[in-house]
Design a protein around this ligand. Structure first.
Ligand SMILES: [Zn+2]
Length: 198
């Protein structure tokens, strides 16, 4: 037996791969009712973002709580809103998570939130690339789309990320997209862009 395989879903006698058939989808939604993904910066000063988004929509559960079976095993959670955090809260870094979560749960909404006084507003993409080259003798200039590396204008970065999500094959076309600005000192969340398919 492969080490740790007893902890894998695919090796459990009760697990059924057919839960993920698109024609009769069940997925993991019967364990966790996930429907929304929030992409935001991992700056600890902006950690209220997921709760602020949940409150804004009003029909989300965050943080939620574990659901236990009679043996105390964690078999589910009541959370509906999942979080992807990365430097700047950029959509580019979240694409793999959106595709994976859609396979497991079927995603309904993806929300991008950029916050005030974000570190990503402290430099330009070219500065980051050039400095990295100078200090580490490594070329990262082709690794990342430059508009996703820094925030030079919040309105533009938020729109850019919603457009990037909409154009990506990793984001199913029916998913509702939202872009918000979060002013972390007041806690105010402002909708900047909405792309909801008809
Ligand atoms: Zn930030």
């Amino acid at each position: 037996m492969v080490k740790y395989s007893e902890f894998e879903f695919r090796t459990q006698p009760w697990f059924e791969a057919s839960w993920f058939d698109r024609s009769n989808f069940k997925g993991f939604s019967h364990f966790i009712p996930m429907k929304t993904i929030v992409i935001h910066c991992f700056d600890p000063r902006a950690s209220e973002i997921p709760k602020a988004v949940a409150d804004h929509f009003g029909d989300e559960v965050y943080p939620g709580e574990n659901i236990l079976d009679e043996h105390g095993n964690r078999i589910g959670n009541t959370r509906t809103l999942f979080v992807v955090s990365n430097a700047g809260g950029r959509a580019l870094s979240a694409l793999q998570s959106v595709a994976t979560m859609d396979y497991l749960f079927q995603v309904q909404k993806v929300v991008v939130v950029h916050h005030s006084f974000c570190g990503a507003t402290a430099f330009l993409p070219e500065t980051l690339v050039a400095d990295f080259h100078d200090h580490h003798h490594a070329d990262i200039s082709k690794m990342f789309e430059h508009d996703s590396l820094a925030i030079t204008d919040y309105e533009k970065s938020i729109r850019h990320d919603v457009e990037l999500l909409r154009a990506s094959p990793a984001v199913p076309k029916h998913i509702k997209l939202y872009g918000f600005f979060f002013e972390m000192n007041s806690g105010k969340l402002t909708e900047v862009v909405r792309d909801v398919p008809a």
